[in-house]
Design a protein around this ligand. Sequence first.
Ligand SMILES: [Zn+2]
Length: 105
Amino acid sequence: MYDKVCKKCGRRLSEYLETGYLGCPDCYFYFADEIELSLKSIQGRIGNKGKRPFSDPVDKELLSEYSKLLEERERAGIEGRFDDMARLSGEINELFRELKKRGLV
Ligand SMILES: [Zn+2]
C-alpha cells in the first residue's frame, strides 16, 4: 500500500492515520495534504451530530501558520539562508509545542 514517511523522524503516514499523532514538527510538512483531509472528515462526522467542531478557528489559524513556517524554512534551506532557517526552526518548535498542548499533533 502507498505510504509516506517523514524524512526527519521516520514516522509513516499509516501510523499517523492510525494514531492521529505526529512524530515531530516536520511530519506536518510531509503529511500536510492528508492532515487537511482527515481534519475535514472528522469535522464532517462531528458536525452531523451537532456537537462542537473538532477544531476551532484558533486551531485552524495555528495549523495554517505552522505549515506556512515549514514552507518558509524549506525555501530558506534551498536558498542557503541559514540564519533564517535557524530562526524559523525555533518558531516551528515553539508552535509545535502549542499544537501538542491543544492535542492537535
Ligand atoms: Zn516527523
